[in-house]
Design a protein around this ligand. Structure first.
Ligand SMILES: [Zn+2]
Length: 467
């Protein structure tokens, strides 16, 4: 065929430019959401997070599953976030088994303290699980369906990322006072420049409604999402990051329009706090810069962590905590399933996982519980308080220090909820207590044990360093 030379030249440019800078590098993204609120009326719905036996009386706002799906070069990644207290690893495994065409599926919880029990610890009494197994199945199904639906809405998009800090929006109720006060926000815009969706990651316990509330709610997260959705006219996925140590909205001073401080445990404060987090996300988005999210690289490391918590052992024994136990042999990479009756002699462990997503210039750490900011930001107390239980314990390798990319994000309660992940040298169960305190601080009772922090951080480091 006789093609004029200039046409060939133009054709060559037309092929080269989009291929190198637009088509290959561009990610395809889809968002989805579904209401997975429990049904009230037939059997009691136990609200998780604070004391046992808190029966729900009403649904104030829905419990949602929110999903973002990213695709590039045939690899699909789904990140799902559910407005519940925590979901165990078996839920993530079952969701993955239904969606085998995905390279990576991350199932996270916001750690909502005003939604239904999905772990078992908040039933009517010590011996009874608060989980309704049928409801849990419905949540699982909801996650699978929402990922499928989000996948169907995928379209090419350009991403921009920004961050903003707000120490005043967090209360740290455990010494040493170290906050993870950086919010990260990602915005995806379509070819028409209109927003396709937003992903927000912030580090706070959704528990503003406090321990007496009996109305099902997603806490401040509901209001943050509502604010951003209205402002930007697109779906929003909210991710909970670092919440150990303990990052909370309780005791944060939030005022109404007249300057009067709003009380913890009220919807007025919960809404106002949620809007403040939404405005912080706006600040992050206003400063957002384009970011390349391709190519994708995903790593997962499964491992075992010993259970040194007598309360958890009891809960295992009575079937209140329903998950597989393994025999602990001092090796995080090897343990055989435990069968039979739990006794004091056999040391047990549970299996969990860490993950690392490298999406172009953005790295995401997937941590299976409530990690302390000290471990994320390499701010473990040094020297340790002399009254700490293990003052000479080695300092764990920090999570963010392992991620060398220009942008970082953390998803806590990712693919599991194993409780608090503490720096070993800040473990303080035995008198005398750190900082001259008369009583132990809160935290250890909701952790697997002092080895959890060292093992999680070590597994994460080795996984990222793996060749
Ligand atoms: Zn918590």
């Amino acid at each position: 065929m006789n093609t004029p030379r200039c046409f060939v030249f133009l054709l060559a440019i037309a092929c080269i430019v989009p291929t190198s800078s637009r088509v290959i590098a561009q990610v395809s993204v889809g968002f989805g959401e579904a209401d997975v609120s429990p049904t009230l009326g037939k059997t009691p719905v136990w609200i998780a997070g604070f004391g046992k036996g808190r029966a729900a009386t009403k649904i104030h706002d829905p419990i949602m599953v929110r999903v973002v799906v990213l695709e590039h070069a045939g690899k699909k990644i789904a990140i799902a976030s559910v407005d519940v207290v925590g979901l165990f690893n078996d839920v993530a495994q079952r969701v993955r088994s239904e969606l085998r065409d995905f390279t990576c599926i991350l199932v996270a919880s916001t750690h909502n303290h005003e939604g239904p029990d999905t772990m078992g610890l908040w039933g009517p009494n010590l011996l009874t699980s608060g989980v309704d197994p049928d409801y849990l199945k419905r949540v699982e199904k909801g996650i699978v369906q929402t990922i499928r639906a989000a996948d169907k809405t995928r379209r090419p998009a350009n991403a921009a990322i920004g961050s903003a800090s707000a120490p005043d929006l967090l209360h740290d109720n455990r010494e040493p006072y170290v906050k993870h006060d950086q919010l990260v926000a990602l915005r995806f815009d379509g070819a028409d420049k209109k927003p396709v969706g937003i992903v927000v990651q912030w580090n706070c316990h959704p528990e503003t409604l406090d321990s007496k509330n009996t109305e099902i709610s997603a806490d401040f997260v509901a209001f943050t999402v509502e604010y951003l959705r209205k402002k930007h006219g697109c779906p929003v996925v909210y991710l909970t990051g670092t919440v150990g140590g303990l990052m909370t909205s309780l005791h944060v001073v939030v005022k109404d329009d007249t300057g009067t401080p709003l009380k913890d445990g009220t919807f007025a404060k919960t809404k106002a706090y949620g809007v403040l987090v939404g405005k912080l996300a706006d600040k992050a988005l206003a400063a957002a810069k384009p970011v390349t999210l391709t190519p994708f690289e995903v790593r997962t490391q499964r491992f075992f962590a010993p259970i040194d918590n007598p309360f958890y052992m009891l809960a295992f024994n009575f079937g209140v905590l329903k998950r597989d136990a393994y025999v602990w042999r001092n090796d995080p990479l090897k343990a055989e399933p435990f069968k039979g009756q739990i006794d004091a002699k056999t040391p047990l462990c549970m299996q969990t996982e860490v993950g690392w997503l490298k999406l172009g210039n953005l790295e995401i750490a997937a941590i299976p519980g409530e990690i302390y900011p000290e471990l994320v930001l390499s701010k473990v107390q040094n020297p340790a308080d002399k009254n700490a239980d293990f003052p000479d314990a080695a300092i764990e390798p920090g999570i963010y220090a392992q991620m060398k990319g220009s942008h970082r994000m953390i998803v806590g309660l990712a693919n599991d909820e194993i409780g608090y992940i503490l720096p070993k040298r800040q473990w303080d169960e035995k008198a005398p207590y750190c900082y001259g305190r008369k009583r132990a601080q809160y935290g250890e009772e909701n952790s697997l044990g002092p080895e959890t922090g060292p093992i999680v951080c070590d597994m994460f480091r080795k996984m990222v360093e793996r060749k």
